[in-house]
Structure formats: C-alpha cells, structure tokens
Design a protein around this ligand. Structure first.
Ligand SMILES: Cc1ncc(COP(=O)(O)O)c(C=O)c1O
Length: 481
C-alpha cells in the first residue's frame, strides 16, 4: 500500500484504488491477527522490564513514514506476540472477555463509517438504530417508557446515573437548578449509599461531582457479600435524622470480585422511605438476564436507572455499555444546545441529536455491535453463552469445595469464583506470578484481609477439562512455591 500522499490512497472512497488499499490493509491485519493465534496461551510471559525496553525502542513519528509493509512487520513482530489473548482458556483474571467473532466484524463496520452519535447529520442510521436498541433494551429490562444512552463503560454509566440523580434530587428538594447555579451551599450534606465492595466508580463520581469521597457511605455486606439491608436502613435513617441529604442508593447486581447480587426489592423499599433514587449497577450481572438463572438478579425494573455493560458477560468488544433510565426526562441533565450541532429548530422537525443525553460529544456507534450479536444469536444463543459461563463457575466451585487444598468463601451466583490455597498469602501471590510467567493469567484480590485468587469465567469456549487441568496445576504449585 502506498503512503498517503496526494493522489494515493488515504481514506476509503468509491475509487477502485481506495477500495483495493482498504482490502489489502484489512486483509493484512486479518492475517496478522490469525497468525498470532499460534497456541492457547494467554500471554507470552515476558516480564514488564523486557517488554518496556522493546516497546520503548520503537520509533513513533519518523521524518519519512515507514510505509504500510514495514509498519505492519513491526506490529507483527514487536507487538502482537505480546498482546493479551482474551480468547485463551488460560485468561480469567478480570471482567474482561473475548469478543464474539461477528462483533469484531461489527467493529470494522463501525470504524469504516466512523459515524458519531452526537447529531443526526453525523449518523442518521446510527442515531435511529441507537434509539431503537435503547428502546428495546428498556423493554427487556422492564422499563415501559424509559430512555437511555450508550456510554464508554460501566464507570461512565454509573457516574452519569449519579449525576442525573443528584441534579433531580436537588431540583425537587431544594428547588435549585444545579446545571445553572452549581451546588447549594450545604452540598456537603449530600450522600450516596453503596456497598463496601461496590465499584470504585462511585467514589470517582463523587469526586468529579464536587462532593468528595466522603459523600459515599460504604454499607456493610453480609457473609454472602450482599448489602446488609437492615444495617443499611439504620445507617441511612440516622444520617437523615442528623440532617444529611441521602439522595442515591446504588446497589450492585454482580459485584466485581464475587458476582454477589444485592437485594433490589429491599433497596427499593428503603430508597422510597427516604426519598432517594435507586440505581442498579448491573455492569456485570446484566448478562445473566439472558441466562436460565435470571431470577437471581431480582426485578431490575424496580431501579430508577440501570448500568448494562456489553463488554463483560455479553462478550462484545470494548467499549460497549448503556445507561438505562426509567424516567425519560432524567437524562435532561446533559441537555445543552449548540448552534453548530443540535439546533432546536431541527429537533422540532424530528431530527434527533443524541448529544443532549450524554456527557460525551463525539461518541462511538456501539449500538451496532449489540444489534448484530443480539439479532444473530437471539435469546437462545445468548442463553447458551451465559449458562456455560455460570455453569463453569459452579463446576469449579464444586471441585474446590471438596478439596482440602483450597478454601472458597462464597458459592458463585454468576461466573466468578474467589478462592485461595489454604497455606498463606505469600503462597497465593507466588502461584499467580508463576502462572503468569507460564502464560496463564488468573485474578488476585483480597477478602477479609487475606490474599485470594480469582477465576472470572466469561469465555464460553472454556471446558471442564481446562478447569480440571488448571486446578491440578495450581495444586502442584501449592506444593512447591
Ligand atoms: C460492578 C462493576 N461496575 C462498574 C464497573 C466499571 O465498568 P467499566 O470498566 O466498563 O468502566 C465494573 C468494572 O469491572 C464493575 O465490575
């Protein structure tokens, strides 16, 4: 492929030579990807110092461009061999999934058209499809007349929900428009309540909203790692009596480490008693709605807003998340009109400009990935995927629960299992490092002050045999590290 100088291929167009250049670039990229699928390991095992040195030696912006062939040669040789291979059965540390094959093709379509979701004239079909996907997702999660927006991930979905809840609560209770006037003088009284093991995006959000980490009250969990609702109610009651402003109760439907699920019905009752918003962070657990175990989640439609991450259990490429809201006016927090972008007169004539629902301006057309995978696989196809993940976690737990080498505090409700070999913290840390050097990547976390290991079993290609082999390997290491 020639370099992008005048007259030579630079951007895709209807000219045959541009199409040929595109075919070649995509074809070469596909070959490079497939060639790097040489074995089942998750990682080359290279240590960080060696890898850093190698990557640091690469030129970024040579005076004269290296051209496509040489650049790709470097990508093949210097970068791809050390990429983390999410599809590997030896990769299970995080809520970080392999991508469904069709969704990788969807990414190509998204990139080729490079639509932006801020205004209708930057993505007519993209805008209409996002609106349609959001409407159907709302119905799936039990919202009759709700709304929503795609976001960059669960963090943005959670923070957006907290922001909308804060603005609406202050408007309703203190008669103030935060967007225009900023926070009230007594803003230090505002409180968010969430589990002590909920995602840190609520702390980040409190900081970004000008409330500070201290505004996030961490509620204690029971022995199943779910919010202890009795204690939660007493804490909120006391805060309210002391003149504080509890405005948001954020439950987690699938905590990051354990996949534990807070009781949403109880949370709804408590939120109503104190006039709070209820947000369900279902970034992880939302996928289980399509499994045979959906009843484990509780009734998500009880929440005022729901975070759904498609780049976790749904196996779509990063990034893909949505914030769904029950009251369609809640997203008005983000509404602003700009003369160059989302003119009111156009909107009056039916042109939808989604910039008014998001904290982002330029935004990806991630709804296409959801449309393609949902339509192609249907409920049945997704049920098989979710059931395999959840079933694999139950299988692994059943193996270690009867083995005296291990301890595992909680039976999994979703697809993650937190466990430890019984020896000491050091032994568990060494096992994880040793596995990493062998190209096997598992998780590590802390539970009740002890170092624990973690399997996050999102990959539906993982079999019981893989799990058996890895369990045996961990037992061997437990004997000798
Ligand atoms: C429960 C939960 N909520 C939110 C997030 C944040 O999601 P993201 O990484 O997509 O921002 C995570 C990430 O793992 C999570 O586990």
């Amino acid at each position: 492929m020639k370099s992008a100088v005048q007259g030579n291929p630079a951007v895709l167009s209807c000219r045959e030579e541009d199409k040929d250049a595109f075919r070649k670039a995509v074809g070469d990229a596909v070959s490079a990807i497939l060639d790097s699928f040489s074995d089942d390991s998750a990682f080359s095992g290279t240590d960080p110092h060696t890898l850093r040195e190698k990557i640091n030696s690469l030129p970024l912006l040579p005076e004269k461009g290296d051209g496509w062939e040489r650049t790709m040669e470097s990508v093949r040789k210097d970068i791809l061999p050390h990429m983390l291979r999410t599809w590997s059965p030896s990769y299970m540390p995080h809520l970080h999934s392999p991508a469904l094959i069709e969704s990788i093709a969807a990414e190509l379509i998204i990139a080729a058209f490079n639509s932006s979701m801020d205004s209708w004239d930057q993505g007519p079909a993209a805008t209409e499809l996002e609106v349609k996907v959001i409407k159907d997702l709302g119905a799936l999660f039990g919202y009759e007349n709700g709304d929503g927006v795609f976001t960059s991930g669960g963090s943005q979905s959670n923070i957006s929900a907290a922001l909308c809840a804060r603005d609406r609560w202050i408007e309703k209770n203190l008669g103030r428009d935060v967007r225009k006037e900023g926070l009230p003088d007594d803003f230090r009284k505002l409180r968010i309540y969430t589990s002590e093991i909920s995602h840190f995006s609520f702390d980040k959000g409190a900081h970004m909203m000008g409330l500070g980490y201290d505004a996030v009250v961490k509620l204690p969990v029971d022995r199943f790692c779910r919010i202890d609702m009795k204690k939660a109610e007493r804490i909120i009651e006391k805060d309210k009596e002391n003149g504080l402003y509890p405005f948001l109760f954020a439950v987690t439907i699938g905590t990051t480490d354990f996949g534990s699920i807070d009781n949403i019905a109880e949370a709804r009752r408590i939120a109503d008693r104190f006039g709070m918003f209820l947000h369900a962070d279902a970034a992880y657990g939302s996928g289980a709605l399509l499994s045979s175990y959906a009843e484990r989640l509780g009734d998500l439609s009880l929440a005022d807003s729901i975070t759904v991450d498609f780049h976790k259990m749904f196996l779509l490429p990063i990034s893909a998340s949505a914030l769904l809201v029950k009251d369609s006016t809640l997203l008005d927090t983000f509404m602003l009109h700009a003369d160059y972008l989302n003119r009111e007169e156009d909107e009056a004539d039916g042109y939808i400009n989604l910039v008014g629902k998001s904290m982002q301006t330029t935004r990806r057309f991630d709804a296409l990935k959801v449309y393609i995978s949902f339509r192609m696989r249907g409920r049945d196809g997704y049920r098989k995927i979710m059931d395999t993940s959840i079933g694999n976690a139950a299988y692994f737990y059943s193996l270690i629960a009867k083995d005296s080498t291990f301890t595992a505090p909680i039976a999994p409700e979703l697809s993650s299992v937190v466990f430890a070999v019984r020896r000491d913290d050091e032994c568990n840390k060494k096992i994880r490092r040793e596995l990493l050097s062998e190209g096997i990547v598992i998780g590590q976390t802390v539970f009740s002050g002890r170092t624990m290991l973690k399997f996050t079993l999102l990959n539906p290609a993982l079999t019981h045999e893989h799990i058996d082999r890895l369990t045996e390997r961990i037992k061997e290491l437990a004997e000798r590290v």
